[in-house]
Design a protein around this ligand. Sequence first.
Ligand code: FES
Length: 114
Amino acid sequence: MSAEPQVVADLVAGSATAVCRVEEIPPGEGRAFAVAGEQVAVFRLRTGVLRAVSAVCPHRGGPIADGQTDAQVVVCPLHAHVFDLATGACRTGQPPLRTFPVAEADGWVLVGGG
Ligand code: FES
């Protein structure tokens, strides 16, 4: 299932959160938000795709939202471990990041599954 149907399902269930306007996240960057008690890093990729993963690096708690991205991965700014933004899987041997459904609706960024 892609992220969008899941976030719509969460919206229907009342468990999706509007975290910001899309334009508040510059293309290629991420921002951290609290969603249902979880710290979630939301990225707006240069392709326009939105991705949401845990904001806390499983290595030593680095701020994932501040990491550099390309179309597929984010690099933690502390020790440069590399995580797949679609699956959360680490490509450099650490535990995965949790992923969250995310979608845009009427210019808002919605995050589900907190
Ligand atoms: S805290 Fe993220 S790579 Fe070390």
